[in-house]
Design a binder for this molecule. Structure first.
Ligand SMILES: Cc1cc2nc3c(=O)[nH]c(=O)nc-3n(C[C@H](O)[C@H](O)[C@H](O)COP(=O)(O)OP(=O)(O)OC[C@H]3O[C@@H](n4cnc5c(N)ncnc54)[C@H](O)[C@@H]3O)c2cc1C
Length: 390
């Protein structure tokens, strides 16, 4: 199709059919089924962005009250998902076990656990002795203590994505695949449309849900976002022999190493030690990182020495300096809504974010959370950053 082709005007255009774009569309339609919404997706298939690489973890243990709030706002979505969408997503509350090998992290963990408890989130603080008794496969004498979040869970990100896609398609939303947004069109200080590889789409409201590409797209419209994309390698391995089936997600907060057991308990997804690697959008696997990675794995779980390394893949995470997302209307471009910088939390927070963006568009305000806190303008002054990062 020629890229001069003029598409019919719609109420709202969403760029990106990842979990964010589809969640925004879903919540908009829940609020007003009559809206005409169009979704533009540069890839040929669903799930080729970050959402398809996501491990599927859902947690409430954060040092930032704002991130805990986004988790709480998303809780009912996951709890009610299977009956509401009539589709399995393998949601399981197996908990996250967060481990502190030094005093500073141990103090952070205990402080965050106390704050979470006061908000009604169940988190247990475990001493070194309790850890060693309950999790004997962990390195002995290595961790000062840990915390266990009982609501922390996992679900299948692709199953959630596919169900949201089916839901918005059933309600008449066209999703244009192989349709790359190239330029945001403006009239004065407001958006008017998007130039794409399939022609020009017009709308007074555009939601930029392009995941790791969102900052670049915003930049092309003159909006500078302090967001960087980082490559994250995931090692698919056999389950360490002494880690029982249905283990919690285990994370060493010093190295970033995590173990996520898959539903079958035969394989695990390991990763996390590359959180400070160079920024970039290329999804190549860097084998030179494997040695340090497996050393960190054995430091946490000694029996990792004997696991079988089956394969490795790379996904991209978009990150802000304070690890909190950017959500809301761009200050200098009316009608241009941003969803960006979700770090490793975009899947678990997609429902809350979809609802917030829908409220901001339709009501001009958001009742569940102070939306201003997620605006990019916050970076002009120092703000506290999330510390439980991996
Ligand atoms: C290895 C890994 C593990 C993770 N684990 C977790 C976890 O356990 N829990 C959790 O909550 N989060 C996790 N995350 C983060 C989570 O996956 C992301 O935050 C989330 O998927 C972001 O969703 P999105 O819709 O913003 O981005 P995406 O899923 O990338 O969707 C954006 C879409 O926009 C499309 N697009 C981009 N540019 C354009 C354009 N110009 N025109 C049209 N379309 C465009 C892309 O093709 C893509 O389909 C993980 C991420 C990675 C990489």
């Amino acid at each position: 199709m020629s890229n001069n082709y003029k598409q019919p005007k719609s109420d709202i255009i969403i760029i990106g059919a990842g979990i964010m774009g589809l969640s925004v569309a879903y919540h908009l339609l829940e609020a007003d089924p009559k809206l005409s919404i169009v979704i533009l997706e540069k890839e040929k298939l669903l799930g080729l962005g970050s959402t398809g690489k996501c491990t599927g973890g859902i947690r409430y243990q954060f040092s930032s009250p704002l991130l805990r709030r986004l988790s709480l706002l998303s809780r009912d979505f996951f709890l009610n998902f299977e009956p509401a969408f009539d589709t399995p997503i393998w949601y399981r509350e197996r908990g996250y076990l967060m481990l502190a090998p030094n005093e500073a992290l141990w103090a952070d963990l205990k402080l965050s656990a106390g704050q979470a408890e006061s908000e009604g989130i169940p988190v247990k603080i475990l001493s070194q002795e309790e850890l060693e008794k309950n999790f004997p496969y962990l390195q002995q004498d290595h961790y000062l203590g840990g915390t266990f979040g009982q609501w922390d869970a996992y679900a299948d990100p692709y199953a959630v994505l596919a169900a949201l896609y089916a839901s918005v398609r059933r309600r008449g939303v066209p999703v244009h695949f192989q349709c790359e947004a190239r330029k945001i069109l403006r009239q004065g200080n407001a958006v008017s449309g998007v130039e794409t590889t399939q022609g020009v789409f017009h709308s007074p409201i555009i939601v930029n849900a392009a995941g790791p590409y969102a900052a670049g797209l915003a930049g092309a419209a003159g909006i500078v976002l302090p967001v960087q994309s980082f490559r994250r390698q995931v090692y698919v391995c056999t389950n360490p022999k002494d880690v029982p089936a249905a283990a919690p997600l285990i994370v060493d907060l010093a190295t970033g190493f995590y173990l996520h057991q898959e539903a079958s308990a035969k394989t695990v997804l390991l990763g996390g030690t590359d959180k400070d690697t160079r920024p970039g959008l290329d999804e190549v696997v860097d084998k030179s990182l494997a040695e340090d990675f497996f050393l960190a794995a054995m430091e946490a779980i000694p029996s990792a020495l004997n696991i079988k390394w089956l394969r490795t893949y790379t996904g991209i995470r978009d990150q802000t300096p304070d690890y909190l997302p950017i959500i809301g209307e761009a200050a200098d471009l009316k009608g241009f809504y941003l969803t960006s910088g979700f770090s490793g939390h975009g899947f678990m927070h997609a429902s809350a974010v979809g609802r917030i963006v829908s409220d901001l568009i339709l009501k001009g305000r958001c009742e569940q959370i102070e939306g201003n806190l997620f605006y990019p303008q916050r970076f002009a002054k120092a703000s506290p950053q999330e510390s439980l990062v991996f």
